[in-house]
Design a protein. Structure first.
Ligand code: NAD
Ligand code: WQD
Length: 330
């Protein structure tokens, strides 16, 4: 199979390329390097010496570029390329709509022209907004921030497109909180500057780049008062794409990808401490604007229909994060 992975040098995309490699004759990767580096491509080549990986540097906003990529034989597309910072999406809504929604429309147009029918889309638990905390796929879309709205809008567009073409084979995957890194230690997530997300922030504290972790709120309803999330190992998440690709059939389906388990912020801190064998410097501060109490999946549909299960524990996620970050420090 010839597979196109957009955003394939990013955090989840790069891990997914590794899992897709055994299925693929060629993996074409599109990325504009706005949130990744070409180094990741060389790491992927190192990890996958037998695979034919082709990097197309370019932008999802550029229709002509996309048409050129589709001159290659492509059987299936896995679409990750997007902007993903919730806070930034409130300051720059048009950029988010242009890249996330516009980029997805451009991609579907290019696929349509080239007659490519198989499509997997990276959506987010963010589309559920704040409706109670534990979600199944049939819950309504009710995104509250602009990032989540770009994902909800794109889901709607894909649904409309799928209805117009009975031969289209689409799957929307809603990820919960991906963390961790590849066990090789070669790829993972280590954003520049001050990270927004919990585990990248912990990584900066444990490597001495930042002094203290701010834990946002201890007045939530949970066993220690800190907020609950469904953290999923990025390798489990990546494997979900293989299951989805194998399952594709005419029509459109939606799957949550999560563990179904809720973990509090302090439980993550404690798991990380046990991996590194020392205390992490943290302090409790006020709640972060826009945060919800709980965001947790019901993953039963992916378990039963796709035969996919998240297997790794929160300790595995912390250990692989530490392994990656220690490798980078060296
Ligand atoms: P990431 O930023 O690491 O990866 C996205 C990649 O897309 C980057 O390599 C970036 O350079 C590229 N890209 C961005 N804009 C582009 C454009 N206009 N043209 C071409 N390439 C472009 O993000 P990620 O964490 O790997 O997320 C991948 C997908 O999963 C995104 O669609 C994101 O919205 C979704 N998602 C992520 C999370 C999460 O917590 N990481 C959760 C739910 C959903
Ligand atoms: C997790 C928990 C914070 C940082 C976001 C997006 C979501 C998805 C994943 C893309 C929360 C707490 C965090 C810190 C803290 N991305 N925290 N101190 O907000 O659940 O989800 O990323 O689709 O759409 O909204 O993830 O990692 O930022 O936070 O206490 O320095 O950790 O309050 O409870 P979040 P996160």
């Amino acid at each position: 199979m010839e597979i196109l992975v957009t955003g394939g040098l990013g955090y989840i995309g790069s891990h997914t390329v590794i899992e897709l490699a055994p299925l693929a004759n060629t993996i074409h990767i599109i990325d504009n390097l706005s949130n990744s580096t070409e180094q990741v491509f060389y790491k992927l080549k190192e990890l996958l010496p037998q695979s034919n990986l082709v990097f197309h540097y370019g932008d999802m906003r550029d229709n002509i570029f996309l048409d050129t990529v589709f001159k290659n034989k492509i059987d299936a597309v896995v679409h990750f390329a997007a902007l993903k910072a919730v806070g930034q999406s409130m300051e720059k809504p048009l950029d988010y709509y242009q890249v996330n929604v516009g980029g997805s429309v451009n991609l579907l147009l290019a696929m349509k022209k080239a007659g490519v029918k198989k499509f997997i889309f990276s959506s987010s638990a963010c589309v559920y907004g704040d409706q109670g905390g534990i979600y199944k796929e049939t819950d309504p879309r009710a995104a509250v921030n602009n990032y989540g709205k770009t994902k909800a809008t794109t889901e709607q567009i894909i649904e409309d497109y799928a209805k117009s073409d009975p031969t289209f084979e689409g799957i929307i995957l809603r990820y919960f909180n991906p963390v961790g890194a590849h066990p090789s230690g070669l790829i993972g997530e280590d954003p520049n500057g001050i990270p927004d997300n919990l585990v990248p922030f912990i990584q900066k504290v444990v490597t001495g780049k930042l002094e203290v972790l701010n834990v946002f709120g201890n007045d939530y309803i949970s066993n220690d008062g800190t907020a609950i999330r469904d953290y999923i190992h990025v390798v489990d998440l990546a494997k979900g794409h293989v299951s989805a690709l194998n399952y594709l059939k005419p029509g459109l389906d939606i799957f949550n990808l999560g563990t179904g388990r809720g973990t509090t912020v302090l439980e993550v801190v404690s798991a990380y401490e046990s991996v590194i064998g020392r205390k992490i410097n943290y302090r409790i501060v006020g709640r972060r604007d826009g945060d919800v109490n709980t965001l947790q999946s019901i993953p039963t549909k992916a378990n039963t229909v796709l035969g996919w299960y998240a297997e790794k524990s929160i300790e595995d996620m912390c250990r692989d994060s530490w392994n990656f970050i220690s490798n980078r420090k060296a």
